[in-house]
Write a protein that binds this ligand. Structure first.
Ligand code: FAD
Length: 393
């Protein structure tokens, strides 16, 4: 057992690190009084893996959305470090940052705050109320005791596959992968032709990448016409205009409904739409609208049968079909919910107070905070909102 800590943060992704940064920079704790628990060897591993596999050149969010407390921190960082170019490292009118500059800024913060001293590479299996706060039980058998705990786990560990894809994967494991599957081989080792299933931003980045690696051998299959929006929800959700009426809603089913209808699910910004159109015009890419209804496995390829009557041949199928939307961390959180009598809405997600407190001294951020933070909760902007609230305790 460690000495009593002030804070334990469960999850060392975008959300967990933003909370840690705010707590440290606002002098709410010190690095010796804080632990961040995450199974990956280093912080932000999920984020870096998911964004690098699709070679996302720029973030979708503007440059003021990052992990640091000061909104212009990333822009100041870009000027101090002379290796960045305003013309190529910021994109468009919202100054969307390049992924490599954003990641450098994250690494800079991690070094500056000496996060490695507080980082514990393990998985949390249980938390229990104790006299001094909470006991956090780790997979490796250790128990951390902390006055306050933040659960900042995301949904990116729960990959969504439609039923037909799950069956096909069972029958022919090497023919189909979810794009964020940790076992996805490098694309150079996979066989063309490729089919990308999905019509959102991940599918789009992936398709652009594959069409440049395998021109003329990539088909994108999507269920709906492109939904073009700059952001995945209206930017008014960042401020009180949308958020105040939202938090006044007493019925959590209505809040869930408000979140669903506010999200531009499966949408892409116009610049990416234009890049896809260009790839189609230059015969590097085929795009099909349709729903996969069935498949046939042949010795050298798989035929995907669409509801339009068309059939598409593939040797490698990459699913960009997002994440399961149900409660993240269900396997260990559901027993905790029962054991500690934690309130949840019908959708299974936490009901928390305006300080994002689920039980005394137990806080949530990210997906778990969405019934309080709203549709931006899972994004970097939502991480900033949650971190600001939690660090003002
Ligand atoms: C490809 C992609 C691009 C995106 N681009 C943007 C963008 O441009 N702008 C934006 O605002 N948002 C973007 N998002 C959305 C969002 O910001 C990211 O998904 C972000 O990584 C979410 O942060 P997170 O901390 O919730 O999840 P993660 O980064 O996945 O981190 C959660 C961490 O919790 C850990 N964990 C889970 N269970 C446990 C446990 N029991 N014990 C300990 N640790 C645990 C996980 O291993 C993981 O490391 C993007 C998402 C994706 C997938």
């Amino acid at each position: 057992m460690f000495a009593l800590l002030q804070w334990a943060i469960i999850g060392g992704g975008i959300q967990g690190l933003t909370v840690a940064t705010y707590l440290l920079k606002k002098n709410k704790t010190t690095i010796n009084q804080l632990k961040i628990v995450d199974p990956n060897p280093k912080p932000l591993e999920n984020w870096k893996r998911c964004t690098s596999v699709i070679s996302m050149p720029y973030l979708r969010s503007p440059s003021v959305h990052h992990l640091d407390t000061e909104p212009f921190s990333l822009q100041s960082f870009s000027k101090i470090e002379h290796k960045y170019q305003p013309s190529t490292d910021f994109y468009g009118r919202y100054k969307r940052p390049s992924l490599h500059m954003f990641n450098d800024h994250c690494d800079h913060l991690i070094n500056e705050l000496e996060i490695e001293h507080s980082y514990v590479a393990s998985t949390v299996r249980n938390i229990q109320k104790s006299d001094g706060g909470w006991n956090v039980h780790l997979q490796n058998g250790e128990v951390l005791e902390a006055e306050k705990v933040v659960i900042a786990i995301g949904i990116s560990d729960q990959l969504h596959l439609p039923e037909w894809a799950t069956k096909l994967k069972q029958a022919n494991p090497n023919a189909l992968y979810h794009v964020f599957d940790k076992k996805l081989p490098v694309f150079e080792k996979m066989s063309a032709p490729f089919v990308v299933v999905g019509g959102g931003i991940t599918a789009t980045h992936l398709t652009i990448k594959l069409a440049s690696m395998f021109p003329g051998e990539v088909t994108m299959i999507k269920r709906h016409p492109f939904r073009v929006h700059d952001f995945d929800s209206n930017p008014e959700w960042l401020g009180p205009k949308k958020r105040l009426p939202f938090v006044k809603i007493k019925d959590y089913e209505k809040r869930r409904h408000a979140i669903k209808s506010a999200r531009h699910k499966g949408s892409i910004p116009s610049d990416l739409r234009n890049r896809l159109s260009h790839l189609v015009r230059t015969d590097k890419l085929l795009i099909k609208d349709g729903i996969v209804k069935d498949y046939q496995i042949h010795p050298s390829d798989v035929q995907l049968l669409l509801d339009t009557g068309e059939s598409i041949k593939a040797r490698s199928i990459i699913m960009a079909t997002g994440f399961e939307q149900n409660l993240p961390g269900r396997d260990w959180l559901e027993p905790v919910i029962k054991q500690e009598n934690l309130p949840c809405a019908k959708c299974g997600y936490p009901i928390v107070n305006h300080m994002l407190e689920w039980a005394p001294n137990l806080y949530v951020s990210g997906a778990l905070a969405e019934l309080e933070v709203g549709p931006i909760a899972r994004n970097i902007s939502g991480a900033r909102v949650a971190a600001n609230i939690i660090s003002s305790i």
